[in-house]
Design a protein around this ligand. Structure first.
Ligand code: SER
Length: 310
């Protein structure tokens, strides 16, 4: 029987992944944790523990006392917010990952850890970005994810830790807001479109970025974690593609539902980050090794977001 701890459970990915894990393994086998103790109210049906993910001793204690067998380690500071405080972002993203990897080594845990398209940067081919291109990240978040991937691979090779990871593109969802990423416009735009019928975008109209709808993102994590270990040959992190589009293309799609919708553009510091990232992702390795396939295109995402946001 699996017993699963989730860190950063109250975040954009955490809320939905936690619910999917409850459906798969049962409420008694899922333990949610987050730094914000108030998040307890989001998790009525399961046990919730307030946890600072950099407290590596506490992680080990919880793993031992709760008989944890898997960790989904989601706590992190994202690309745009991370630039406000680079050293703290490094500290949080790395210390928490190393604590989880140590616990995984000592207690024989299986781990899911999200990496990101932010690992790519200077020298990376931006179109149809391959699995292992040269990459010099432009943000401290990207540096922490790139270094984290190497640590994951190291623990897998050296200590046989069963760690699995995907490089998520921008995630689009309506259950919990994103936490300060460069791709956040693609979520904000839906809320502002519904509320005010207009949106001022912080990226230029033609900025093409890889994105993924949350049901695909959750399914990627669960399918990767369920795949037989013998098929998982990549222990850094897998490229996974969803859909690539620009703010202008999303606007055209939105206008199909809200003909009066108006967009304006005031690019800020996030433009430079976006310009260093891929425009589209080649995920052939994930397709071959564990049969990854995305299901949501831009039309389906737009329709579903507009239907579900309040
Ligand atoms: N959505 C994330 C960000 O923009 C990418 O991992 O930071």
């Amino acid at each position: 029987m699996e017993k699963i701890l989730i860190t950063g459970a109250a975040g954009q990915l955490g809320v939905e992944l936690t619910n999917a894990l409850i459906s798969k393994y049962g409420a008694n086998n899922i333990l949610a944790s987050d730094i914000n103790a108030k998040s307890a109210e989001k998790f009525q049906s399961i046990k919730f523990i307030p946890l600072d993910a950099t407290d590596t001793k506490r992680i080990a204690e919880i793993v031992a006392s709760e008989h944890i067998t898997q960790i989904y380690h989601l706590a992190a500071i994202l690309s745009a917010k991370g630039e406000d405080n680079p050293l703290f972002t490094w500290e949080l993203n790395m210390k928490s990952l190393l604590g989880v990897l140590e616990a995984a080594k000592n207690y024989n845990l299986k781990v899911f850890w999200p990496s990101s398209i932010a690992v790519f940067g200077k020298d990376t081919p931006r179109e149809n970005t391959p699995q292992n291109p040269p990459a010099i990240p432009s943000t401290v978040y990207g540096i922490s994810k790139q270094a984290g991937e190497q640590w994951c691979n190291y623990y897998a090779e050296k200590f046989n830790v069963d760690i699995r990871s995907v490089r998520y593109p921008g995630l689009i969802s309506y259950s919990a807001p994103p936490g300060g990423g460069t791709t956040d416009y693609a979520v904000e735009i839906f809320y502002e479109a519904k509320e005010k019928n207009e949106y001022n975008c912080f990226l230029k109209a033609d900025t093409r970025l890889p994105m993924m709808y949350m049901p695909d993102a959750v399914r990627a994590a669960i399918e990767l974690m369920s795949a037989p270990a013998s098929r998982i040959k990549t222990r850094t992190s897998y490229n996974v593609a969803g859909v690539s589009f620009t703010p202008d293309e999303l606007t055209k799609e939105l206008k199909g539902h809200l003909p009066e919708f108006k967009i304006s553009y005031t690019p800020d510091f996030r433009q430079k980050i976006a310009d260093s990232w891929p425009t589209s992702i080649n995920d052939q390795v994930a397709k071959t090794e564990w049969e990854w396939t995305p299901k949501y295109n831009l039309a389906r995402i737009t329709e579903d977001m507009l239907k579900n946001i309040k």
